[in-house]
Design a protein around this ligand. Structure first.
Ligand code: ADP
Length: 172
């Protein structure tokens, strides 16, 4: 199982995978953080396609082309804004991971990379989010699916250490 889940520290826009997941907002028309980085790296054609996607509900996921990115596709999902944990945030974050992977599966994709959805501007506590992300991806990969490998992309060494701990890898 461990070789099907990887951790990468760096910029998700550099990854040559079948799809990178974007932590988008409901409009799908771009924003800051990882969303801004993905749109900058993909070029203006990504926004032109996103305009046709008609937005995305929190917890759901939609696919587009990758354009100038090294990844073939972008799967846009919208994480919950953290509101103290009483607004169904855990279930919605789980939905983001599950629905993104279902979209990948429906499109015959084999390699997918996730950023740490909702843990930036949306304020979701990092360890709690990491546990949900890892649990959902593991449960998905445990089924009989075509998706072969999922990479968790960490934008800092601290996030990398957190993912390593949650994935249960030995730290020496
Ligand atoms: P959200 O609005 O869902 O919280 P953010 O983009 O603000 O989304 O942050 C989500 C996560 O993405 C954060 O952990 C942030 O550090 C990380 N991030 C920002 N830019 C990049 C990037 N280029 N590659 C990978 N991760 C990134």
């Amino acid at each position: 199982m461990s070789e099907r889940m990887k951790i990468f520290e760096g910029d998700i826009t550099t990854l040559e995978v079948d799809a990178i997941v974007n932590a988008a907002n409901n409009s799908l028309l771009g924003g800051g953080g990882v969303d801004g980085a993905i749109h900058r790296a993909a070029g203006p054609q990504l926004l032109a396609e996103c305009v046709t996607l008609d937005g995305c509900r929190t917890g759901e996921a939609k696919i587009s082309g990758g354009y100038d990115l090294p990844s073939k596709h972008v799967i846009h999902t919208v994480g919950p804004v953290w509101d103290g944990g009483r607004a169904n945030e855990d279930a919605l974050l789980a939905d983001c991971h599950r629905n993104s992977l279902m979209v990948a599966e429906e499109n015959g994709l084999k390699t997918v990379a996730f950023p740490a959805i909702s843990t930036g501007v949306f304020g979701f506590p990092k360890e709690r989010a990491t546990r949900i992300a890892v649990r959902e991806v593991r449960a998905f990969l445990d089924q009989d699916v075509g998706v072969e490998q999922v990479t968790f992309v960490c934008f800092s060494e601290r996030d990398f250490d957190l993912y390593q701990r949650v994935l249960g890898m030995a730290l020496d």
